[in-house]
Design a binder for this molecule. Structure first.
Ligand SMILES: [Zn+2]
Length: 430
């Protein structure tokens, strides 16, 4: 079964901006031949994918799979299966677990689970500070050696500037980014974006300035140290502008945006659906539009899901008590395709860039996110015509905290291939 011929699909190469009908021969986990016609005698298994789009396998730089410690919300297996159904071949898992991923053995644990499960590539992100409490730098080098691909205290900003400076100095020879959850907590004590809607609802806000000052400081430290900063989930138009200016000055910074910040605004909170409570918060239409522009211009490099499972019980609490975050790795592509590509706001190529070779580049994996002979066979096969309704029974995550239930989406992942291993989404859904 290691030799497979994939026939009749339309191959999209985002880096070259080309598409065309090609057959792909896969052997021992790699793409060995790409040609307009490969005879079926070349492989014992032939997969006919006429009518499907073949994309490089998607990569998510930001997800919460909750293992260890909160396996009732998600674990590495349910998270990986959701990812596969969403077309993701590699996912960075954030370290705000219990205990946090803040030493070598905990990073090794994630890597051993990845080996055991043999589903997607699970890429652990280690904490920046010991136990993620912001007091002391964690053993970054040891974690890097054990397989950590980046470092972040996600969920919390590293408020201690000297610590962040030190971490960014390290990042230069770790060849791994320092990922900042950029919100100054002293300015972000509320539960939603501070603006007209928060005034009407009488809820305390998290203003843009809480994000902007944090981004500003982190960019300044990256500039000073020459370190490598990655700004997680950019949500304010002004933060996007700061990143643009820093990039123009040559600061070594990359940035991500989530599907929810690209498709929703704070208007949605009028429904009082706590699924819309996220950090940083959903902001205004001008922010959403600026994020789209930033993505198109390459100021924001990638789309990352920030898939954040929580129980119904927690999300049924009131707005003040409910934990922030929503799930979405399983339909991130469909959500973006339906609400941004089909509406004409973003072209398909920009979306593919942000899900494939750009995140691969940030991870230092140049052979991921591209379809070339000799490269690992990481592929996502999508039916772009297929319309479907997001129903609870289709959700593979252990949690159901999404505001998109009942929503009609277009774009259905049929197959995901990870290093030559083929997964059928129909089989995953059972
Ligand atoms: Zn975060």
């Amino acid at each position: 079964m290691s030799r497979i011929l994939i026939r009749g699909g339309t191959l999209y190469d985002p880096k070259k901006r080309t598409e065309g009908r090609y057959d792909l021969l896969i052997d021992k986990g790699r793409i060995v031949k790409i040609s307009d016609q490969i005879p079926s005698t070349e492989a014992p298994t032939v997969l006919n994918v006429k009518g499907l789009a073949i994309f490089p396998g998607f990569i998510d730089l930001h997800a919460h799979f909750r293992e260890p410690g909160e396996e009732h919300k998600e674990d590495l297996e349910s998270g990986s299966r959701s990812a596969l159904a969403g077309g993701f071949v590699a996912v960075c898992v954030m370290p705000n677990t219990r205990p946090p991923l803040s030493d070598r053995s905990r990073i090794e644990y994630i890597r051993s689970r990845e080996e055991e499960l043999r589903l997607i590539k699970i890429l652990p992100v280690g904490t920046i500070t010991k136990e993620r409490v912001g007091k002391e730098l964690a053993e970054l080098l040891e974690m890097r050696d054990a397989g950590a691909v980046a470092f972040s205290d996600d969920g919390a900003w590293v408020a201690d500037g000297a610590l962040m400076r030190h971490a960014l100095e390290y990042s230069r020879w770790l060849h791994a980014p320092i990922v900042s959850h950029a919100e100054d907590p002293t300015l972000a004590r509320g539960v939603m974006h501070e603006g007209e809607v928060s005034d009407v609802l009488g809820l305390k806000g998290r203003p843009r300035i809480s994000e902007d000052v944090a981004v500003f400081r982190d960019l300044a430290l990256a500039e000073l140290t020459g370190g490598y900063l990655h700004v997680a989930h950019v949500s304010s138009y002004s933060a996007a502008r700061l990143i643009q200016e820093a990039k123009q000055r040559g600061v070594h910074v990359t940035a991500e945006v989530t599907p929810h910040h690209l498709t929703f605004t704070d208007e949605r909170l009028r429904s009082f659906d706590t699924c819309y409570k996220v950090n940083p918060p959903l902001r205004e239409e001008q922010d959403r539009r600026a994020l789209i522009e930033a993505l198109k211009e390459g100021v924001i490099d990638v789309v990352a899901t920030d898939h954040a499972p929580h129980t119904d019980f927690e999300k049924e609490a009131d707005f003040l008590q409910a934990p922030p975050g929503m799930i979405g790795i399983q339909w991130a592509f469909a959500q973006l395709y339906t609400f941004l590509v089909l509406t004409g706001e973003v072209d398909l190529w920009t979306l593919l860039d942000a899900l494939t070779w750009k995140p691969a580049k940030i991870l230092g994996e140049p052979q991921w996110g591209q379809i070339e002979e000799g490269y690992p066979a990481h592929l996502t096969l999508v039916d772009l015509q297929h319309e479907w309704v997001l129903e609870e029974r289709r959700i593979l995550s252990k949690s159901k905290n999404t505001p998109l239930l009942g929503e009609k989406l277009r774009g259905w992942v049929r197959w995901t291939m990870v290093a030559g291993k083929l997964f059928s989404v129909d089989d995953l859904l059972g």
